[in-house]
Design a protein around this ligand. Structure first.
Ligand code: NAP
Length: 301
């Protein structure tokens, strides 16, 4: 007997690695699971990528791959659109033509940040930069080519024990510097890749999803407040030896090539109502990852 196959793209990314690690504990024994890295499925080579899908015949494609370099995208629009929009359209069309399903990950950067209340999935989009525009174009391709075969999960401030993210950058700088300044006028919510992976498994288990969902760890905080909590928890878990002063600064004092939304809290009510995925408090989610990093740090010393 052959079991239906779940294919994950972007195996080396934060979400790709988390899905691979949590797969064995997931409630999906009736599926096979295969995570493909860029050498196995390259979204910038769409024809070849489609050949790979045609060969493997997955029932579900989880697109965790993306061009994620937000600042570099400002001067690399062609590549960002190739991976985040055109290739996504090709994969969406393949899933619709082959009776497969697509779960695609998108971003809070499709919004301009002018809202004062958490963004609803159907709220007006207006990306401020190339990365957000390329991700929005990917969403639009999915909705026009594979609406009944797909779900789009927008998430924000994703972090994990893997790869590069704000948590790991803060821990490094807190260990190296005598003091730190962190932006206090961008409000959003961190999202642990563990919770996002749990949502994806819950969606596949239920096998009833369509349209746009929002997912985060339910906070409404600034990067500065996130940094304070990171330092507190890292001190408690022995990841840092001493506290350093952390000062709040304005976005204008930390210029970046790409503009970021000043407010990007996502309302996750729909995802929580439709799937068995309660979502832990953001501080508890952070603690799981910090504990994991503390274990890794002890092992490597
Ligand atoms: N990180 C965030 O803060 C954040 C926030 C909101 C939404 N998201 C979305 O969440 C999803 C997962 O993000 P993440 O943080 O896990 O990403 P990530 O850690 O940056 O990983 C991106 C993955 O995509 C792969 N990739 C890049 N170009 C590719 C291509 N041409 N073909 C195939 N694979 C390619 C990378 O492969 P290599 O290792 O070979 O480069 C890597 O495996 C993405 O859709 C992202 O847009 C992220």
């Amino acid at each position: 007997m052959t079991y239906p196959l779940i294919v994950v793209t972007g195996a080396t990314g934060q979400l790709g690695q988390t899905l691979s690690r949590l797969w064995i504990k997931s409630p999906l024994p009736q599926y096979q699971f295969k995570a493909l890295d860029r050498s196995e499925l390259d979204l910038s080579q769409a024809d070849t990528a489609i050949d790979v899908l045609a060969e493997l015949k997955p029932s579900v494609v989880v697109n965790a791959a993306a061009y994620t370099q937000v600042d570099k995208a400002e001067t690399d629009s062609i590549d960002a659109h190739l991976v985040n929009a055109e290739a996504v359209g090709r994969v969406a069309a393949w899933t619709a033509e082959n009776d497969a399903k697509l779960i695609h990950i998108s971003t809070d950067f499709v919004f301009d940040g002018t809202s004062k209340t958490p963004y609803q999935p159907n709220q007006q989009t207006n990306p401020l930069g190339v990365y957000g525009a390329s991700k929005l174009a990917g969403e639009q391709h999915i909705q026009s080519l594979a609406e009944e075969h797909s779900a789009i999960i927008r998430t924000s401030w994703l972090y994990s024990e893997y790869g590069n993210n704000f948590l790991k950058t803060m821990l490094r700088l807190m260990g190296e510097r005598e003091q730190l300044s962190v932006v206090d006028d961008q409000i959003g919510s961190p999202t642990s890749s563990n919770g996002l992976a749990a949502l994806i498994f819950a969606m596949i288990l239920k096998d009833g999803y369509q349209g746009i969902y929002h997912w985060s760890d339910g906070a409404s905080i600034s990067w500065y407040e996130f940094a304070l909590e990171i330092q507190d928890q890292a001190l408690q878990e022995g990841l840092l030896g001493k506290a350093i002063p952390i000062s709040p600064i304005a976005t204008s004092e930390y210029p970046t090539p790409a503009r970021r939304p000043a407010y990007s809290v996502l309302d996750r009510t729909r995802a929580m109502a439709e799937f068995d995925c309660p979502g832990a408090e953001w501080q508890a989610q952070l603690n799981l990852v910090i504990k994991e990093l503390a274990i890794k740090s002890k092992e490597s010393n």
